[in-house]
Design a protein around this ligand. Structure first.
Ligand code: IVH
Length: 736
């Protein structure tokens, strides 16, 4: 008799445990099918029955309650922090080797341990040590059910939902032959390219500063809102496992191959080595590639290949005896600080950049280093602490630059003995180098502290801010004008064709001048190429060719965006502190650009409580609100926005009218073919109206929308006596 049909009272403890495992697996799989794949495999009623049975069993056998009990999933999630997860097998750390001799010692220890076996060949794998965060992913019957951080090694935090957003982590294992239960372990990390892009985006928005890919990956994983994690494009390398109901393979090397077969990304640089010389050679080879891998690594890990031998050699305290991490030295070099340049960002932030005598650090030529802000140059860190032993930075100084574990080179020390005599402390400019306006350090109203960043007060008259603002306006996340790009912004701006966003939409009227500018740039680039290569161009461009063929495309791309989505439009305005999420909140609240503008302008000139005029919006705090009002109290901004609205018509944001919609709170199922809309449109519409869309019909279903070709679902709905509508009736209903 199958467990599902038996009375709970008749179970022995072992049977109960097996039944709990079975239910846990089924419920986990149903959750994934429903939430992740939008493809429910069982009805809501069946799901509820499984869950009730699970909870009843746990109630009858409290001692069997699993650390990852589904009970914790019932009802609201804990208000703060993440739930704790006990790893079935602890997550260990690794012993370190810093010098070659340490690796020699490690291999010697292995030989001594196994010295009785005369002919035993000791094989070790060698692979990069990824500088990220380790995570443990529990798969039950091939389905990802729980993911956790390392924590203290014994207990981590449940970050399942965040891990599910990582494309490298399969929801379901591929292929076959996986153990019934396996905790796959590996490293979550962020690539240099993604880190750079995020950093630039954040700087452009005046957002937080991200220090390095590792910390950023860590922060991204601990988001309460998985949709933020999803945007960070995190990656995962699988390299080990914890608990497994069966060994994946007899050796480490083959086991990792298996992980790849089951759908994980594994590091391509892992090899097997037979001697200590081969291990050290692999270490050097990986070190040589370190700078070009595109992700941070901080050493090479060697592991004894045969799992049976690993077991025999065993563990010390919290690390295996059979593996060791051979660390890379920090990547540093000495060079000269030639100059300090100031860059002006979109929000007017003056950012100092060190121009260095070019020097190779870990295989990469470094010419620039970030200097963050004024205090940093003085030797003061962001919390007021001393950095570089308190030494300030002066032009002409000999400095030590470091790249280790960080994409952006940093100046970690000054060599004071080499400071040229007569050198002067660096004077941070108090006027903007781009427009001459005063540059000030504001006082943060909340903390009462002086802001670390000095800002240009020129706003729209500042060419540097204007150019950065225009780049932001056309960017992919904002207005998304295809093919416009930063280069074109700079070109048209310098040619006087572009001053404010409205001008972008007037470029067509000035097609000749635009063509001329593009042609001029082409000629310049060709001349530069000739100079660089010493080769002459084959022929001079004909007059016809001068009619820049990309022009029509560019104008078409601009015209295509004359009716932008309201949230993108608000984001594109580049109001300080208004990122994509905030812009969407405004769009949702105000629905039309007119309403947003009128309210904000009124509020900007309002005396007294701002919320008499401007609604308080969940998720919009004082800083954002103040920044919006600042924007709208500036006449130049208001005029620029009016001009822009002569050219573009942002689409009204479709408002959720869930509370009073006819279908709010109802569960709707679509079946058969739809003719007036696609399935995904239909689903989005229903959800906007506050309905829940399910994949299968059950007693919990309220409405079945059935198109031509509807089959078993229609039959079932009729049997259950549910409301069945055709597509037109449905549209009539939601229009009410
Ligand atoms: S194996 C029992 N392999 O390094 C061995 N760890 O210092 C478990 N790490 O917590 C780890 N890359 O976060 C292993 N290729 C790799 C690794 C790696 C990075 C991390 C991992 C671990 C830490 C130990």
């Amino acid at each position: 008799m199958s467990g599902a049909e038996r009375e709970i009272e008749s179970f022995s403890e072992d049977e109960a445990r097996a039944e709990l495992d079975r239910l846990h697996m089924l419920i986990g799989a149903a959750d994934i099918a429903y939430h992740q794949q939008d493809r429910p495999e069982i009805s809501d009623a069946e799901y509820d029955a499984l869950k009730l049975r699970y909870l009843a069993l746990e109630g009858a056998f409290p001692e069997l309650k699993r650390p990852d009990s589904l009970e914790d999933k019932v009802g609201a999630a804990p208000a703060e922090g993440f739930a704790k997860v006990r790893h079935a097998v602890p997550m260990l750390s690794l012993g370190n080797a810093f010098a070659d001799e340490d690796v020699v010692d490690f291999v010697e220890r292995a030989k001594r341990f196994f010295e009785r076996e005369k002919d035993l060949e000791l094989v070790f794998t060698a692979e990069p040590k990824i500088d990220g965060l380790s995570a443990s992913l529990r798969y039950e019957n091939g389905v990802f059910v729980k993911g956790a951080t390392r924590g203290d090694g014994a207990v981590g935090e449940d970050i399942t939902e965040n891990l599910k957003t990582i494309a490298d982590i399969p929801n379901r294992l591929k292929g076959s032959g996986w153990p019934d239960v396996i905790e796959v372990r590996g490293e979550v990390h962020m690539t240099h390219a993604d880190f750079r892009a995020l950093r630039e985006r954040s700087a452009a928005e005046g957002g937080q500063e991200y220090v390095n890919p590792r910390n950023t990956a860590a922060g991204s994983l601990r988001q309460k809102d998985p949709s933020i994690t999803a945007k960070r494009n995190l990656k995962f390398f699988a390299y080990a496992w914890g608990f497994a109901s069966a060994d994946p393979a007899p050796t480490q090397f083959e086991a990792v191959r298996k992980l790849a077969d089951w759908g994980f990304v594994v590091n391509p640089l892992m090899i097997r080595t037979n001697t200590v010389e081969e291990m050290l050679a692999r270490y050097r080879a990986i070190e040589a590639q370190r700078a070009t891998l595109g992700y941070d690594i901080d050493g090479v890990v060697y592991k004894l290949d045969r799992l049976d031998l690993q077991r025999r050699w065993g563990f010390v305290a919290r690390a295996p005896r059979w593996a060791i991490a051979h660390k890379f030295p920090a990547e540093q070099a000495t060079t000269i600080l030639n100059a300090i340049d100031i860059q002006v960002g979109r929000t007017g932030a003056l950012t100092p950049v060190a121009r260095l005598q070019p020097v190779t650090v870990g295989g990469v030529v470094v010419e620039n280093a970030t200097l963050h802000n004024e205090d940093y140059i003085k030797g003061i860190g962001s919390n007021g602490e001393q950095i570089r032993d308190g030494y300030d930075l002066r032009v002409g100084d000999t400095v030590i630059v470091q790249r280790a574990g960080d994409v952006i080179p940093q100046i970690v020390a000054v060599i004071p003995e080499k400071r040229p005599s007569g050198s002067e402390p660096y004077e941070f400019p108090h006027v903007c180098p781009a427009c001459g306006s005063e540059a000030v350090r504001e006082i943060n109203e909340k903390t009462g502290k002086v802001d670390a960043v000095r800002r240009c007060t020129g706003e729209l008259i500042c060419p540097a801010q204007a150019v950065e603002q225009l780049k932001h306006f056309v960017a992919r996340d904002a207005m998304d004008i295809d093919g416009f790009g930063s280069e074109n912004v700079e070109l048209f701006f310098s040619e006087g064709l572009l001053k404010s966003p409205a001008d972008i939409f007037k470029l067509r009227e000035r097609a000749d001048a635009v063509r001329h500018a593009l042609f001029k740039r082409r000629e310049q680039q060709a001349a530069e190429r000739e100079k660089a290569t010493g080769r002459q161009r084959k022929k001079v461009l004909s007059a016809e060719e001068r009619t820049y063929e990309g022009l029509d495309k560019l104008f078409a791309a601009i015209d295509a965006r004359r009716e932008p989505e309201l949230d993108r439009f608000i984001f594109a305005l580049g109001i300080r502190h208004v990122g994509e999420t905030t812009a969407a909140l405004f769009a949702k609240t105000f629905s039309t650009v007119e309403a947003f503008r009128e309210t904000a302008e009124k509020a900007a000139h309002h005396h007294g409580d701002i919320h008499e005029v401007f609604p308080s919006i969940n998720g919009i705090g004082d800083t954002v609100l103040r920044s919006v009002l600042d924007f709208f109290s500036n006449d130049r901004n208001v005029a620029a926005l009016s001009d822009l609205l002569e050219e573009v018509r942002p689409k009204p944001y479709i408002v959720t009218i869930s509370a009073d919609s006819q279908v709010a709170g109802k569960t709707v199922v679509f079946t058969g073919s739809l003719e007036r809309m696609t399935r995904s449109e239909a689903k989005a519409m229903a959800e906007r109206l506050g309905a829940k869309v399910a994949g299968s019909v059950s007693a919990n279903t309220d409405i079945l929308v059935a198109g031509p070709g509807a089959g078993s679902k229609l039959k079932k709905a009729e049997e259950l006596g549910l409301l069945v509508l055709d597509e037109n009736q449905w549209l009539d209903l939601v229009a009410k």
